[in-house]
Each structure stands twice: as structure tokens, then as C-alpha cells.
Design a protein around this ligand. Structure first.
Ligand SMILES: Cc1cc2nc3c(=O)[nH]c(=O)nc-3n(C[C@H](O)[C@H](O)[C@H](O)COP(=O)(O)OP(=O)(O)OC[C@H]3O[C@@H](n4cnc5c(N)ncnc54)[C@H](O)[C@@H]3O)c2cc1C
Length: 288
């Protein structure tokens, strides 16, 4: 299948990219192309202009930031997974991104593209939620930060304006004492996407009480969410005695997706089971 014809621009700076984006009502940023190009080939998207971000230096790079790690939007999955800083500060990113698609997708797909696309079955959105991600966005009116919980608005819809670009994302580090993280996923057998995926961060005290649990769930509903019912049932409570009952809240309030592969009931079941698995694995790492 072939996409409709389009103009192609490859700006060499962020300001040039933003100018080009603002010049057309029908321009789209191109990152790794792993979601946008299939949509164009299916004619589900037909932008008049593609603005390729590959040469924009301001969107690249990985760096530490106090208690966090900043990943430029154009960081590929492979670059994130291979980064010693990411491995040390946010091993959850590494564990989850190793499970994305296949090597070709991980070589081309980017952090910014994954989050801006907001696929309901994408892995990184759940991780960003569990790591209290902060999106740094730049547009014609200036720069702003969007907390991850306000970023995912609906299926394939974020708080980004059409003339804005996601520049970088800050993830909270988890290399703190008594803290563990884990990602549990049920892969779609054909695409590798998350039928359901659960990212968990667990902090315990010396007595085994849960100081803080953060749980991001993807694949179950129209967009990734924080499982606040699970978190509230665990925070301040003995972890081991409460993890099973807390996990039962994983699909609370979700309008569960249903398709030929997985019914809504099955997705709800997966959300509960994978939440328990992710929490237990994270707690095991937190105990050291
Ligand atoms: C066979 C296959 C299997 C896959 N399996 C998985 C999987 O298991 N798990 C998973 O999570 N994903 C999977 N994916 C999707 C993959 O992760 C995509 O790479 C990702 O969703 C989009 O990233 P990208 O860099 O390719 O973005 P693109 O496709 O280039 O862009 C996606 C969207 O984001 C916008 N965009 C990109 N960058 C920016 C920016 N900086 N600012 C604003 N908007 C921007 C684009 O305009 C476009 O609308 C799979 C894809 C394929 C083809």
C-alpha cells in the first residue's frame, strides 16, 4: 500500500521545525515513523507535509537531572535501553522497552513518538505514568511542562496542540533505597503490542509496609492510566498482606476495550493478574 503524496521537509533546528509546523494546518511531525507511516499507508492519515525531526539536535540526548533522567524526544528505544544512565536510574524503562515490538521497531521508534502517539496498547505510556513523567513541550507560544497524568487525554489523543512539539521527557529515578520496579505484559502474539501491560514502582519500609506504590496500566482502556484504586489500597499498608486485594482494583473505573483477540472481561482479568505480578516483582527487588 502507498500513502497519498506529501511534501517532505527535514529542518536542522527546533525553531525551523516549529516554523514549518505552524505554516500548514495539515503538517505532521515525523519521528521514527513506526506508527505514522503505517497509518499513512492505510490512508488513515494523509498529512500534506511531513516534518522529519531526525536532524533536530535539540530533541536528542540523554542526561541526568537531579533525581531524574531526561530523554530527548528523538531518543530511540535502543538508545534508551543501551544507556548506562537509564539502566542505573530507571531500569523500568529498560525492562519495558526491551519488550516493544521487534528489533526494527526498537531501532527506529522514539520515546517522543511513542508518547505523542498515545497508542492505547503502547508500552511506554504505562512506564511514564509509573515514573511520574513530565513532558516538556515547545510551541509558538513558548515552552510548558505537562505532567503525565494530564498528558494522555483519550485514545491517540494527548494534551499536545497541533503546532507544538514534545521536546523531552523527564522520568523520576528509582535508584533510591528500598525501591523496586517491574513491567508485566501480555503481548499480542502478532504485533507484540501490549494487550495489557502494567508498570509498577514499589517503595517499602524496613517492616515491609508499602511507603508508596505507583501503577501504570496500558492496553486495557482507551488510554494508559494510573491505577489509583490499587495505589490507595496499598499505600501505608503491609505490602504482602494487601497486594492481592489491592490488585483487584486494577481495572476500576476503566471503560475496557474489547476486540477479536481479547474481550473486555479478559482485559480486566489481565489487568488484575499483571498488576499483582508487577507489584510482587517490584517488591522483591525493593527488598534487595
Ligand atoms: C510491527 C510493529 C510492532 C509494534 N509493537 C509495539 C509494541 O509492542 N509496543 C509499543 O509500545 N509500540 C509498538 N509499536 C509502535 C512503536 O512503538 C512506534 O514506534 C511508536 O508508537 C511511535 O514512535 P515513532 O518514533 O515511530 O513515531 P512516529 O510514527 O514517527 O509518530 C507517531 C506520532 O507522534 C507524532 N510525533 C512524533 N514525534 C513527535 C514529537 N517530538 N512531538 C510531537 N509529536 C510527535 C507524529 O506526528 C505522529 O502523529 C509497534 C509498531 C510496529 C510497526
Amino acid at each position: 500500500m502507498f500513502p497519498a503524496s506529501f511534501d517532505y521537509k527535514a529542518p536542522a533546528s527546533l525553531s525551523e521545525a516549529l516554523t514549518l509546523l505552524g505554516q500548514s494546518d495539515d503538517a505532521k511531525a515525523l519521528a521514527g515513523g513506526q506508527s505514522l507511516l503505517p497509518l499513512m499507508k492505510l490512508r488513515l492519515a494523509s498529512p500534506a507535509t511531513l516534518i522529519d525531526l531526525r536532524n533536530v539536535p535539540e530533541l536528542k540526548g540523554i542526561r541526568g537531572d537531579g533525581g531524574g533522567v531526561i530523554l530527548g524526544a528523538m531518543t530511540t528505544y535502543f538508545q534508551a535501553v543501551d544507556s548506562p544512565l537509564v539502566q542505573q536510574k530507571t531500569p523500568l524503562i529498560v525492562q519495558a522497552l526491551r519488550q516493544v515490538g521487534d528489533p526494527q521497531v526498537r531501532a527506529r521508534g522514539t520515546i517522543g513518538g511513542s508518547l505523542a502517539h498515545a497508542d492505547p496498547a503502547g508500552d511506554l505510556p504505562a512506564v511514564a505514568l509509573a515514573l511520574n513523567g513530565r513532558m516538556h513541550v515547545i510551541g509558538p507560544k513558548g515552552e510548558r511542562d505537562i505532567g503525565v497524568r494530564d498528558f494522555f487525554v483519550d485514545m491517540l489523543t494527548t494534551a499536545l496542540e497541533p503546532d507544538e512539539l514534545l521536546a523531552w521527557v523527564r522520568f523520576e529515578a528509582t535508584d533510591t533505597p528500598h525501591t523496586g520496579t517491574a513491567y508485566a505484559k501480555h503481548r499480542h502474539p502478532a504485533s507484540g503490542y501490549a494487550v495489557v501491560g502494567v508498570a509498577a514502582v514499589v517503595m517499602l519500609d524496613d517492616a515491609g509496609n508499602c511507603v508508596e506504590a505507583r501503577v501504570g496500566v496500558t492496553g486495557a482502556g482507551g488510554h494508559a492510566i494510573r491505577a489509583t484504586g490499587v495505589e490507595q489500597a496499598l499505600n501505608g499498608q503491609p505490602f504482602a498482606a494487601n497486594v492481592e486485594a489491592a490488585s483487584a482494583h486494577a481495572a476500576d473505573g476503566l471503560d475496557l476495550l474489547s476486540d477479536a483477540y481479547a474481550s473486555a472481561d479478559y482485559r480486566g482479568h489481565l489487568a488484575r493478574v499483571l498488576t499483582r505480578r508487577a507489584l510482587n516483582e517490584a517488591a522483591q527487588k525493593a527488598r534487595g
